[in-house]
Design a protein around this ligand. Sequence first.
Ligand SMILES: [Zn+2]
Length: 339
Amino acid sequence: MTTPEFQLAFLNKIQRLFAEGDFSASYKYALLIAIADIAVESGRDDDQPLVIPHRSLGAKFVDLYWQQSAPFKNDALLIQNNGTQAAVISHIAHFRGQSNATTANAARSATDFKSLLTRVTRIVVDKPVFHIQNLGGTRDQFLFESGADSITLLPGVAYCLRRFQPLVQQLARSHWIDHIKRNKQNASLLGQDTDLESFLFETSRQSLAIVQTGLRKISNRCFYCGRSVSEVDVDHFIPHSLYPRDLVHNFVLADPGCNRSKSDTLAAKQHLSKWLDFAQTNADNLAQIGHEAGIVADERSMHSVARWGYGNAVASGAQGWIRSAQYEPIEGDYLELWR
Ligand SMILES: [Zn+2]
């Protein structure tokens, strides 16, 4: 296990990276988010090195930048580089124009996707992978070593990224938003628009509506209290604040009361057990809903994310939400549900 001193030093480095790193494009934020996501989705919980193929990073970049490569307003794209547009955005925007794919999910089965992935991967390797460990003008290799076709996260790094995932995500996102706002080329586009964060990072309302319709077909009841309701919200089973990447298996329907009350907490064991059954029983339906809504359906990653979330909760002594104002401690027996 990594020592508290190691973890503190890691957080200090991350802080320095944002303060002193050279960010002419938004790529380094994307790279941090990508490796933090991969660390969680790997399903591991040790402090060993983690090998990440370059193409896996490229694929994450396509996912992250896909929705940002759509016009923000009046056919114009947000500029994500000082100077000319960030090449990843240009490549994806071009690909979107040529293919009929409207979602990153659909794009993966398009004929030219492989060459898009190759182009994006090359940029990721040449730019952020090469530069991210330059802090204050000197090289400080604290995240990974570079190989011919992969990077290897150093011992303890994947562990820390998992441990501090919400913090790393939040830092990277808020700096990313600032980066776009500070770029004078975007001034006229942005105006007083305050919805930049949802444009950049959140699943569109349109996709959520498709998820809602799909889930209603499976069951029209609140997932948590079982009441049949006319008005339902789409709830993130693993809270969005904990893990902001949307995977279709993470959506359940909840009546507004349960949704509000559960808020950013993890659900109690009875709900977790039901959710695991639900994901298994409805695997085909969920894959179909993901396909229609353009949201990734990756059951294995979802399990890794959920185990990670509950594992952290056990370690930190968090409470699980049962129903309005009722909680129970999340204990080790929760994790046995996966055995
Ligand atoms: Zn309910």
